[in-house]
Design a protein around this ligand. Structure first.
Ligand code: URA
Length: 289
């Protein structure tokens, strides 16, 4: 026996000795290059990220292609037949909307309209809020839980930020009218799909025709894509002016896109750009007074 063996009284002492010497991992019979393992894991994560990006890009392209399919004579950018909305529902939406002679009649028409499946799961119709003679109309994405409960658009956290944004350029709900691309809350606050947006679009367009504002502001992606018939992200489209017109309107109106306040709550770094856009809106409004 040597001096080391003399001191070992139990196998656990051997392990303790290894541990003290920095040997804390069992090794196999074959040598293993752990740098290769790290590289393999990284490559796997890269491949997964690429696949997710590709899927998101395909979904985005499908949506924006539909949004860009603007037929001659009107700004209907989504084709309901492509997204499973029956002809009957769309025909009925167009008829009901065009018959409305004022916002009260339009609201009544929507109350009696069963062509949008979102109605089945929502508590309330969220028609709109503000001044029916406003110079500025804002169209957001879709009502959320607070809006569904109260039957009013933009009353939750993002609504409070929207009010502040409007306030910064001297506007409030007595000087604007606010609504959404769809009039009922999508379950779980998901983004409304193209079919839901398409079947509500005749009502949104009629709302804009009846109010006849000087400026239309689309708030976030879905409203921007469906009403302005533009592809791409709001970050690319904001700060620019487009024209919005329906066959029933006597003249086009100035339209622009802004970041959705929910996005700004998540990404406060973009607030600087958003406030710049608001100043652009203020200047445009001054041209109309
Ligand atoms: N987000 C919207 O786009 N609309 C609302 O009414 C509320 C939150």
């Amino acid at each position: 026996m040597n001096a080391f063996e003399d001191n070992i009284s139990h196998p656990a002492d051997v392990l303790a000795w290894y541990l003290a010497a920095g040997v804390d991992e069992a090794v196999g019979e074959e040598p293993l290059n752990r740098y290769d393992l790290i590289k393999e894991a990284q490559a796997k994560r890269d491949a997964q990220a690429q696949a997710m990006l590709k899927e998101a890009q395909t979904q985005h392209d499908e949506q924006t292609t539909k949004a860009a399919a603007k037929p001659a004579g009107g700004p209907i950018p989504v084709r309901p037949a492509d997204v499973g909305i029956g002809d009957e529902a769309l025909k009925s939406a167009v008829e009901l909307a065009s018959e409305a002679k004022n916002l009260d009649e339009l609201r009544e028409a929507l109350e009696g309209f069963d062509g949008c499946s979102l109605k089945k799961t929502a508590m309330n119709l969220v028609f709109g809020d503000g001044n029916p003679e406003a110079k500025v109309v804002l169209i957001g994405e879709a009502p959320g839980a607070d809006e569904d409960r109260q039957g009013l658009p933009f009353v939750g956290a993002s609504g409070q930020l929207l009010d502040k944004m409007l306030g910064s350029i001297g506007l409030d709900r007595s000087s604007v009218f606010i609504s959404n691309t769809v009039f009922w809350r999508p379950p779980g606050n998901r983004t409304p799909n193209s079919g839901e947006i398409a079947v509500c679009l005749p009502f949104v367009e009629r709302m804009i025709e009846l109010i006849d504002p000087a400026i239309l502001i689309t708030v976030g992606g879905p409203a921007t894509h469906s009403l302005l018939a533009q592809k791409g992200s709001v970050s690319r489209l904001r700060g620019r002016w487009f024209s919005f017109e329906t066959p029933k309107m006597s003249h086009p109106i100035d339209a622009t896109a802004i970041y959705h306040p929910a996005y700004l709550l998540r990404t406060p770094a973009q607030k600087r750009q958003a406030w710049g856009d608001l100043l652009g809106i203020k200047a445009k409004l001054a041209e109309h007074t």
